[in-house]
Design a protein around this ligand. Sequence first.
Ligand code: 9YT
Length: 128
Amino acid sequence: MKVVKLEDIIGTDQEVDGGNWVSRRLLLAKDGMGYSVHDTIIKAGTETHIWYQNHLEAVYCIEGEGEVVTLKDNKVHKITAGTLYSLDEHDEHLLRGKTDMRMVCVFNPPITGKEVHDENGVYPVIKE
Ligand code: 9YT
């Protein structure tokens, strides 16, 4: 068994600042679980364009509020603590933090960590 503590991830290369978000990657592909687990802060006032073409992701908000917009139908889904969304169709979306939002994210297949350099499918939108 393995025990991972957030405090031990912070300040390591498993804590990644993507500009609009900071993600603490608790489990990665190397951990052999078949999925990765992330504790991600989406920063207040940001909008991020995301389209994971090679991954399925479930995102569970445990703090804060914001919204996610699915671009195929322009539907706006409010996010508060206790909301989960699953991108079961590789949905292209915009993620907006009204406040800082703390999200627990699970990816299948797992993120390897190399995505830091190649943000495959993640395209930040420049805020004015
Ligand atoms: C909600 C969200 O952005 N999830 C993705 C996790 C994070 N961007 C990461 O670890 O790459």
